[in-house]
Design a protein around this ligand. Structure first.
Ligand SMILES: NC(=O)c1ccc[n+]([C@@H]2O[C@H](COP(=O)([O-])OP(=O)(O)OC[C@H]3O[C@@H](n4cnc5c(N)ncnc54)[C@H](OP(=O)(O)O)[C@@H]3O)[C@@H](O)[C@H]2O)c1
Length: 281
C-alpha cells in the first residue's frame, strides 16, 4: 500500500472504546495517523485512550460522541474543526444489536435503527463539510454487516420490486431508504439486518455523489462486513478476534482509490472471503 498519510492526517472512529472500533483506532494510530477515539461514555473513552497512549505510545486523542444525539454530533464537529481544522478519515463503527435470545422489542428496534443507520447517516452529513480536500481524497468507511445484503434472507423483504429499487443506483433515493426502514422497523428480529441494509444502500448513494466531485474534493465512501467477531455484541462468540476483523476497515481507510475503484463495482457486493465482503469499492 502506498503511504500517502502522516501524523498530520486525522482519522475519527465512532464507538471506539471497545471491540472492532477500538482495534480500527489502534491499527490506524499504529500506521502513523493521528486518531480521535470517540465514545458516548467519557470515562470508558478516557480509560481506553490513556492505555493506548501510555502503554502503546500511540498518538490518540479523545472526544465524547453519541451518534444518536444531534447536539453531541454538533459539539464534536466544532471541536474537530477547532482542534485539527477538519478530518481526513471517518470510520462509522458505532452500532448495537439486541437480536439475541428472545427479548427483542420495538423500543430495541428503534434504538438499533437510530444508532446503526441514522447515527451513521447523521455523522456523514455533519462531517462532510469538515473533511479536508486532498489529492488522494478523503475517506468514509461504514462498518456494516453481510446480514444487510439487499438480496439476503435475513431482512425478510419479500417485495422483489423494492429489493430491485434499493439495489439500483438509478432508482435509489434517501427517501426510499428511510421509508423502507420505517416500514419494516417493527418486523420481529429483522431490525439489525434492515439497519445494515440501509447503511449499505446509503453508502452506495452518497458514494456516487461524493466520488463524482472534482479532483481534490473527492470523498471515497465504502462499507464492509467484518465477519463474525468475538466482541460484546456477539457475547464474545464468533470465529475471529477484533484484531483480525479490523483490517478491512483499516485497508479501506488507507488504500489509494485508483488501486481499487471502478465504476462497475459501485453497485455490487464484492466478497473478499466467505465471511467478509466490501459492499462498495
Ligand atoms: N461483532 C460482530 O460479529 C459484527 C459483525 C458484523 C458487523 N458488526 C458491526 O461492527 C461494529 C462494532 O461492533 P462490535 O462487534 O465491536 O460491538 P461492541 O463491542 O458492542 O462495540 C460497539 C461500540 O459501539 C458503541 N456505541 C453503541 N451505541 C453508540 C452510540 N449511540 N454512540 C456512540 N457509540 C455507540 C459502543 O459503546 P458503549 O461501550 O458505550 O456501548 C461500543 O463502543 C457495529 O457497527 C456492528 O454492527 C459486528
Amino acid at each position: 500500500m502506498c503511504r500517502w498519510w502522516s501524523s498530520e492526517n486525522v482519522a475519527v472512529v465512532t464507538g471506539s472504546n471497545r471491540g472492532i472500533g477500538l482495534e480500527i483506532a489502534r491499527q490506524l494510530a499504529s500506521h502513523g495517523l493521528t486518531v480521535v477515539l470517540t465514545a458516548r461514555n467519557v470515562d470508558a473513552g478516557l480509560e481506553t485512550v490513556t492505555s493506548l497512549r501510555h502503554q502503546e505510545g500511540l498518538k490518540v486523542d479523545f472526544h465524547q460522541l453519541d451518534v444518536t444525539d444531534s447536539s453531541s454530533i454538533k459539539e464534536f464537529g466544532c471541536w474537530i474543526k477547532q482542534t485539527f481544522g477538519g478530518l481526513d478519515v471517518l470510520v462509522n463503527n458505532a452500532g448495537v444489536n439486541y437480536n439475541l435470545g428472545s427479548d427483542n422489542s420495538v423500543e430495541f428496534a428503534e434504538t438499533v435503527v437510530s444508532t446503526n443507520y441514522h447515527g451513521t447517516k447523521n455523522m456523514i452529513k455533519a462531517m462532510i463539510p469538515l473533511m479536508r480536500p486532498s489529492p488522494q481524497g478523503a475517506r468514509i468507511v461504514n462498518v456494516s454487516s453481510r446480514l444487510g445484503r439487499v438480496y439476503g434472507r435475513r431482512n425478510r423483504l419479500a417485495n422483489v420490486e423494492l429489493r430491485d429499487q434499493l439495489s439500483n443506483l438509478d432508482s435509489l433515493t434517501e427517501e426510499l431508504i428511510d421509508r423502507t426502514v420505517s416500514t419494516f422497523i417493527d418486523q420481529t428480529f429483522t431490525d439489525y439486518s434492515i439497519s445494515k441494509l440501509a447503511v449499505n444502500a446509503y453508502t452506495r448513494l452518497i458514494a456516487k455523489e461524493l466520488w463524482t466531485r472534482q479532483e481534490g474534493e473527492k470523498i471515497y465512501v465504502n462499507s464492509f462486513c467484518p465477519g463474525w467477531v468475538k466482541t460484546a455484541m456477539t457475547g464474545f462468540a464468533g470465529n475471529m478476534p477484533p484484531e483480525d476483523a479490523a483490517d478491512t476497515g483499516v485497508w479501506l481507510s488507507l488504500i489509494l482509490s485508483e488501486e481499487t475503484v471502478t465504476e462497475n463495482s459501485l453497485q455490487r457486493d464484492v466478497r473478499l472471503t466467505s465471511e467478509r465482503f466490501v459492499a462498495i469499492l
